[in-house]
Design a protein around this ligand. Structure first.
Ligand code: OAD
Length: 252
């Protein structure tokens, strides 16, 4: 990108509080398929909406556990990309910075981000279905079954939010508060189809925030944006950090 809109640079440079809202698209360049991308291989015949629900788990815990085991293996091999690193740098460079993410992969924290509000939980944590006991070790079970909680015996599941479930206890309030307080809100790599997340940028704009979207595609939120930077986050975010603060993001 050669020419940046002056109002965009001015908004970033004068912002007291920058808030970023990220979705699966920011991890696409780390090799993690986005939620609504085709699932591959064995899982191609299932839609995520048919696996990531309490009903699917109640019907067939072993299948849902196996799907998450596959997704966890992709995530464990993945590394943060320049987009994650650019947001970690922004946290250092801006007076105040808050990161709201729908991602469950933990790559923002691996890149060095500290103020991260995980709206949909984290796949690296495991809990039991009935009592939400946090579990780190479990007895192996035959393929097709979900392991059991060593405390209460209920099946284990990832500590993520499924369709139809409430967001984790304090996350929505913290996200609303950050959105109301934002001077700039950067919306990166989300199709913005899940509520209440999709209304956060609208809330931010109502309270005076300058809205910027980074995405190769249009989304339901594009029309509300003050600036739209169309393209992959791994390219555009490091360029933005260079343009606003003069800092280089290295992909090492
Ligand atoms: P989606 O898979 O719905 O959307 C991914 C977005 O990333 C799309 O708008 C793509 O155009 C964009 N994208 C793809 N590659 C990109 C790149 N290199 N740089 C920037 N953007 C890129 O994912 P989310 O919006 O995160 O929730 O989905 C939100 C939630 O829906 C997920 O957290 C999940 C799902 O239901 C739960 O599991 C509760």
């Amino acid at each position: 990108m050669t020419k940046w809109p002056q109002p965009l640079l001015a908004a970033f440079r004068s912002a007291e509080h920058i808030v970023a809202l990220t979705g699966a698209g920011i991890s696409a360049e780390s090799g993690i398929p986005t939620f609504r991308d085709a699932q591959t291989g064995l899982w191609a015949k299932f839609r995520p909406e048919e696996l990531a629900t309490p009903e699917a788990f109640a019907r067939n815990p072993g299948r849902v556990w196996a799907w998450y085991t596959w997704r966890r293996s992709l995530i464990e091999q993945a590394k943060p990309n320049p987009a994650h690193k650019a947001l970690a740098a922004m946290e250092r460079l801006a007076p105040k910075f808050t990161l709201l993410t729908q991602n469950i992969d933990g790559l923002h924290q691996m890149a060095g981000s500290q103020q991260v509000i995980e709206l949909h939980g984290n796949i690296r944590r495991t809990i039991c279905a009935e009592n939400r006991h946090a579990v780190e070790k479990w007895e192996p079970v035959p393929e097709g079954e979900a392991p059991r909680c060593p405390i209460c015996g209920s099946p284990l599941r990832p500590d993520v939010v499924w369709f139809g479930e409430a967001l984790p206890a304090d996350a929505p309030e913290a996200a609303y508060a950050a959105s109301r307080n934002a001077d700039v809100m950067l919306v990166v790599g989300t199709s913005a189809m899940m509520q209440p997340t999709a209304m956060l940028p609208v809330l931010a704009a109502e309270h005076g925030a300058y809205l910027v979207e980074i995405n190769p595609q249009e989304t339901a939120l594009t029309e509300f944006m003050d600036a739209v930077l169309k393209g992959p986050a791994g390219k555009i975010l490091p360029e933005l950090v260079r343009a606003v603060w003069g800092e280089e993001i290295r992909d090492a």
